[in-house]
Design a protein around this ligand. Sequence first.
Ligand code: SF4
Ligand code: F3S
Length: 111
Amino acid sequence: MTFVVIDKCIKCKYTDCVEVCPVDCFREGPNMLVIDPDECIDCNLCIPECPIDAIFAEDDLPENKTEFIELNEKYSRQWPIITAMKDAPEDADDWAEVDNKMQYFDPGKED
Ligand code: SF4
Ligand code: F3S
């Protein structure tokens, strides 16, 4: 199994999750984070840290969010590692309650 960041993270990127991960699984894209499924040890520490509940165990993902398993896998191979918390975007709180944010997803420079 692995843990998965879903589109709720887009434009919020609070990064509280990064601080608690014991094995540095998080990777940082322009406007969201993903989890490297090869590194995640399913410790469950990150889920309660995210203030907007953007992280799920793979097995607990809502049916309409299963596409994020692949997205986390794909972008964890392209984006750089993030190991320390940083400031969220200034308007992060404005996006916290917005659903289905995939239209705002920024992959950064594709290889
Ligand atoms: Fe890291 Fe644990 Fe969260 Fe996996 S479940 S991303 S190992 S904190
Ligand atoms: Fe995103 Fe939540 Fe982490 S908003 S950066 S998954 S704390």
